[in-house]
Design a binder for this molecule. Structure first.
Ligand SMILES: Nc1ncnc2c1ncn2[C@@H]1O[C@H](COP(=O)(O)OP(=O)(O)O)[C@@H](O)[C@H]1O
Ligand SMILES: C[C@@](O)(CCOP(=O)(O)O)CC(=O)O
Ligand SMILES: [Mg+2]
Length: 421
C-alpha cells in the first residue's frame, strides 16, 4: 500500500533551555533579571501522516498519544477563563497520564485547539520530542518543549512567514509558548519562554518586552544539579512572607539585586574590554548575588556545598532559579584548564550532584529541513541510527513510523550531535 502524504517533508524544530544568571526572586517584584540560553536543547522531529491524525511521542517522559484531530476541542479566547483549565476539554477517549506527561498532554490539547482552531485539521502529523534538558530542574525544560511545540503547530498551519522561524515569527511563537507555560504553572513570569524563543542573553522585567542584550560574549558555565527537589511556589512565598515582616530591609536587598542585573547587562554589552577583566567583574557580582539570595532564605546546604567546593578553587558560584535545592551555576573562566574543571566535577559527583558543562548565549528557536549538512532530515536520521544504534521497529503502520521509532530510541549522544539547527 502506498501511503498518501500531503506535500511537506519532515522537519526538526529545536529550542534551548534557560539559565537565570542574575535577578531571580527580585524579578517577581518588578526588578530586572538577566537570563541566557543553554546549549542544551529540546528537539522535535515532525513527520507527515497519511491518516490525518495527530500523534505526540515523548520518549523522555514515556508518553505516546494518538489524537483523532477532529475530536480535539476547537478553542477560542473565550473557551476558557485561563489556559490551566484545559483539563475539562480533553476528549474522553484520551487517557491523561500521571506525572510530567500530564502537563505535556494538556499543553498539547490546549495549543492544538488554539493554533489549529478553524484551520485545516486534515494535516496529519507525528511530533516526537527528545530533550537534553533535565525535567523539573529549573533549566526551562518546559519552555523549550512549549516553544518547540508552538513553532511546530504554527509551521503546520502556515502561520510562520519565514523559512526556519526567523525574527519576524518569534513574537508569535513566544506568545503561544507563554500560554503553554500557563497551562503548567498558572502564572509564569515569561522569562523562560522568552529565552527559549529568542536565545542569547535577555534582560527581563515582568510585563515588559524582553530586551536582547546582543552580547558578543558567550559564557562558559558549569551547572550543578544538587538533585534536591524544590518548590518554586513555596520559595517565592517564603520571600514574600519575609518581605511582609521586614519591608524596607527586604526591598533594600531586592534593589541591590536589581543593580546587579543592570551591572551585568552593561558587562555583557561592553565592547573592547579585556575578557579576563570582564570575567573578574562577573565573578564579583555572582558572589554578591548569591549572598543576597542566601540572606533572603532561599539557599540550601547543598547549594552552600557547591559554593564552598568552587570557592576553594577561586571560582564563583550562585544558585540559579528558585533555590532551596535545584541548580547552581559556576562561571568557568577562559584561563582554567579542562582537568581542573574535571576535578571540580568529580568532587560534585561525590556529593551526589550532577554537572553539565555548557555555554550560555546560543541561538533561540530554529526550524530545519536538513540537519548536520545532510540533504534531508531522514538522511541524517538513517546515518545516526547506523552509527549509534536505535530501533526502527514500526509499530505505527505509518510510512514514517520507523523514522519516529528511530528518533525516539537514539541515545542522547546522537541527539546532541544535532546542536542548534
Ligand atoms: N523531554 C521532555 N519531553 C516532553 N515534555 C517535557 C520534556 N521536558 C519537559 N517537558 C514538559 O515540561 C514539564 C516540566 O516543566 P517544569 O516543571 O516547569 O520544569 P523545568 O524547570 O524543567 O521547566 C513536564 O511536565 C513536561 O510537560
Ligand atoms: C524565583 C523565580 O524568580 C525564578 C524561578 O525559577 P525556576 O522555577 O527555578 O526555573 C520565580 C519567577 O521568576 O517566576
Ligand atoms: Mg518550567
Amino acid at each position: 500500500m502506498v501511503a498518501m502524504h500531503r506535500e511537506w517533508s519532515p522537519f526538526v524544530v529545536s529550542a534551548p533551555g534557560k539559565l537565570i544568571l542574575f535577578g531571580e526572586h527580585a524579578v517577581v517584584y518588578g526588578k530586572a533579571a538577566i537570563a541566557g540560553s543553554l546549549d542544551m536543547r529540546a528537539y522535535a522531529l515532525v513527520t507527515p501522516r497519511a491518516d490525518n491524525k495527530a500523534r505526540m511521542v515523548l520518549p523522555d517522559i514515556d508518553v505516546d498519544v494518538l489524537f483523532d484531530s477532529h475530536t480535539l476541542p476547537l478553542l477560542q479566547s473565550t473557551s476558557l477563563s485561563h489556559p490551566s483549565e484545559v483539563e475539562a476539554l480533553v476528549p474522553d477517549s484520551i487517557n491523561i497520564p500521571e506525572g510530567p506527561g500530564r502537563t505535556a498532554v494538556l499543553t498539547f490539547v490546549y495549543l492544538y485547539g488554539c493554533i489549529f482552531a478553524e484551520r485545516d485539521r486534515n494535516t496529519g502529523f507525528t511530533i516526537c520530542v527528545r530533550s537534553l534538558l533535565p525535567v523539573g530542574a529549573g533549566l526551562g525544560s518546559s519552555a523549550a518543549f512549549n516553544v518547540a511545540l508552538s513553532a511546530t503547530l504554527l509551521q503546520l498551519t502556515g502561520q510562520l512567514r519565514e523559512e526556519g522561524a526567523g525574527a519576524g515569527d518569534r513574537k508569535l511563537i513566544n506568545q503561544w509558548a507563554f500560554h503553554g507555560e500557563q497551562v503548567a504553572h498558572g502564572t509564569p513570569s515569561g522569562i523562560d519562554n522568552s529565552v527559549a524563543t529568542y536565545g542569547g542573553f535577555l534582560k527581563y522585567v515582568k510585563g515588559e518586552p524582553s530586551v536582547n542584550l546582543e552580547s558578543s560574549h558567550a559564557l562558559r558555565v558549569l551547572i550543578t544539579n544538587t538533585n534536591v527537589p524544590k518548590s518554586t511556589k513555596a520559595l517565592v512565598a517564603g520571600v514574600r512572607a519575609l518581605r511582609d515582616q521586614h519591608p524596607s530591609v527586604v526591598d533594600g536587598i531586592l534593589d541591590s539585586i536589581h543593580s546587579i542585573s543592570i551591572s551585568a547587562a552593561a558587562l555583557f554589552q561592553s565592547v573592547g574590554e579585556d575578557e579576563a577583566y570582564l570575567e573578574r567583574r562577573m565573578q564579583d557580582i555572582i558572589r554578591i548575588n548569591h549572598g543576597l539570595l542566601f540572606t533572603l532564605g532561599v539557599s540550601h546546604r547543598s547549594l552552600e556545598r557547591v559554593r564552598e567546593i568552587t570557592a576553594a578553587r577561586d571560582l564563583a558560584s550562585k544558585l540559579t532559579g528558585a533555590g532551596g535545592g535545584g541548580c547552581a551555576l559556576t562561571l568557568i573562566p577562559g584561563g582554567i584548564a579542562g582537568d581542573d574543571v574535571e576535578v571540580v566535577v568529580r568532587e560534585m559527583e561525590s556529593e551526589g550532584f550532577c554537572c553539565y558543562q555548557t555555554v550560555v548565549g546560543g541561538g533561540g528557536v530554529a526550524i530545519a529541513r536538513s540537519v548536520d549538512g545532510r540533504a534531508t532530515v531522514e538522511q541524517w536520521l538513517a546515518e545516526a541510527i547506523a552509527r549509534h544504534g536505535g530501533s526502527s521497529a514500526n509499530s505505527d503502520g505509518d510510512a514514517y513510523g520507523g523514522a519516529v521509532a528511530g528518533f525516539a530510541t537514539l541515545p542522547a549522544a546522537a541527539i546532541s550531535e544535532l546542536k542548534p539547527q
